[in-house]
Design a binder for this molecule. Sequence first.
Ligand code: AMP
Ligand code: ZN
Length: 437
Amino acid sequence: MNIESEFLHPEMETLSRAEIEKLQLKRLQETVKHCMNSPFYKKRFEEIGLKPEDITSLEDIKKIPFTTKQDLRDTYPFGMASVPLRECVRLHSSSGTTGNPTVILHTQKDLDEWANAVARCLWMVGLRPDDVFQNSSGYGMFTGGLGFQYGAERLGMLTVPAAAGNSLRQIKFFTDFGTTAVHAVPSYVTRLYEVMQQQGIDPRKDTKLKVLAIGAEPHSEEQRKRIEDMMGVKAYNSFGMSEMCGPGVAFECKEQNGLHFWEDYYIVEIVDPETLEPVPDGEIGELVLTTLNREAMPLLRYRTRDLTRVLGKTCLCGRNHIRLDRMRGRSDDMMVLRGVNIFPIQIEKILMQYPELGSNYLITLTTDDNNDNMTVEVELAENSNETEQIQKLTKNITRALKDEILLTPFVKLVAKGSLPVSEGKAVRVVDKRKVYL
Ligand code: AMP
Ligand code: ZN
């Protein structure tokens, strides 16, 4: 570990495109071969007559069928494993709203590699063993807990498993332990800031904070800027998902110009969610990921449902690992209202442009008189009795939202602190529409 270096793993982080692709092909071939140990993949390959030797170029990945969340549910709990269960040391599970949850298994090597990937991300944004890392995210099955814990420890930082919640205690830890870096979901960072304000604590003067890692839920560039302005530090976007381990899949570098996906660990494809054909670079599509170094449960061409696009394959930071745009949401988050497709993030983007508004908002969809309607409730930054001003502001916001989403929502400005706050991923949409069968 050379603390002067910009790179934690220079041998991987500074590979050229050609070297990345060569490594990916080798690892893809090994992964496909290893997948023959998984009852699920063995059967699937036999069904279509695919043999590991058929993969002779990266293009050949197209011969491999997609894997879906439904496949994970159907093989619950252990039908995907590519090693015997006695070789596994950890299991994470994400709860499904319907049907079986999904299970992700890890060997010790998987956990080591996962910690390395997270450490690499944190190093990239300037964290070093002298830093104090407070992980204010949920623990337990949620991978943002243990994932960041092991990654920050691997880097050598003093790591505080604060978990989410108990904001007063979180803030006491910031000041008492000299916390320099925090990981939390974006909605919880704004909550922490509100509590700091109530306590008369100024993060710029009264803490040593220098880096925030925010992720696990979609958030707009405007929300990030707001968080940076509040806390007076850089906030880096962190992307991950349980199926791919958790955090450490992709992270912004100091350029803050897209998420670097680590291509020594994953093959990235962006496909049209309808036709499943690749979309040209720069166009939005569904992110599909193939793991390249997993032992317990490799996943081939996993359809993430997350929508994004390629921004570039080079970067001023010196890394050639692909850069993708911040996620605009999951295809399942898309609201269809009177035939118009809308993502919650589009609404957030507009709301965050108004300094009079706080960061907490809730979108409710209802059916009234056979019409689908959207109500956007958003907290005021400061409570106010100026009815006329509030009316004017409401009108302006309604107009700006209409320009963005092409239909007119009901906008309600509500008192600061009156909407529900979540310490985990924020619930932004409540759909109360009638379902006509
Ligand atoms: P989970 O496996 O429960 O942790 O959820 C993973 C999902 O969270 C991803 O598929 C994304 O939809 C979402 N997610 C994680 N990180 C981000 C991020 N930085 N930006 C937007 N969405 C994210
Ligand atoms: Zn970069």
